[in-house]
Design a protein around this ligand. Structure first.
Ligand code: 5GP
Length: 187
């Protein structure tokens, strides 16, 4: 049989960390929890571009509440070495969040810089409540404390791709989350 493009990029992955089925299980679990926790409320679901778009698309279908969705794009300049903590908004919301209940949807919480900044931004805009859902978290990398309300899976400090998450804009269309083989970086 002819090898597809997805088959060929899947071969760059040395280890599958979270399978398609495990992702779906996390989506269902978090969707149910959010539905219970925000019962009777109208939710604003905010996806952080680009990595969270796949998780966001699945998660909203598992949340049984009235909602609006929007997206933000941010870039973080803080690293463990520079740790400037600077986060810049590249694309802002097009709807207002004042007085609303907000769920921020992220792919990975790593140092926590992005989400600690975004939580402050939401609070400064007068939201009623802000909660965070992330597919993955790397607790060992945390530099800023972040209250993450809904977590898909905890992962080790490894660079992951797939299910919306990229390396050099590639691998977003893999249906699972995995770790790239080292030779891909060393190319
Ligand atoms: P933080 O501000 O928490 O350090 O940054 C989180 C962001 O870093 C994620 O949304 C993601 O864009 C990026 N990131 C962290 N770990 C990984 C990883 O393993 N793979 C990829 N592709 N991006 C990552």
């Amino acid at each position: 049989m002819e090898k597809t493009h997805v088959d060929s990029i899947a071969q760059d992955v040395g280890e599958v960390l979270i399978s398609k089925e495990e992702i779906q299980a996390a989506v269902e679990r978090i969707g149910k929890q959010v539905t219970e926790d925000f019962k009777g409320e109208h939710l604003i679901v905010i996806g952080i571009l680009k990595g969270a778009f796949a998780f966001m698309a699945d998660l909203i279908q598992a949340i049984d509440l009235p909602m609006e969705i929007d997206f933000m794009d941010v870039s973080s300049y803080g690293t463990s070495t520079t740790s400037s903590g600077e986060v810049r908004i590249l694309k802002d919301l097009s709807i207002t969040v004042e007085g609303k209940s907000v769920l921020i949807v992220e792919d990975i919480v790593d140092t926590g810089l992005t989400l600690s900044y975004l939580t402050k931004v939401m609070e400064s805009r007068g939201v009623k409540k802000v909660a965070i859902a992330t597919l993955l978290t790397k607790p060992s990398r945390r530099e800023r404390a972040v209250d993450v309300d809904y977590i898909g899976y905890e992962v080790e400090d490894k660079f992951v791709v797939g299910y919306g998450i990229d390396y050099a804009e590639e691998y977003r269309n893999l249906p699972f989350v995995g770790v790239l083989k080292p030779e891909i970086y060393e190319k």
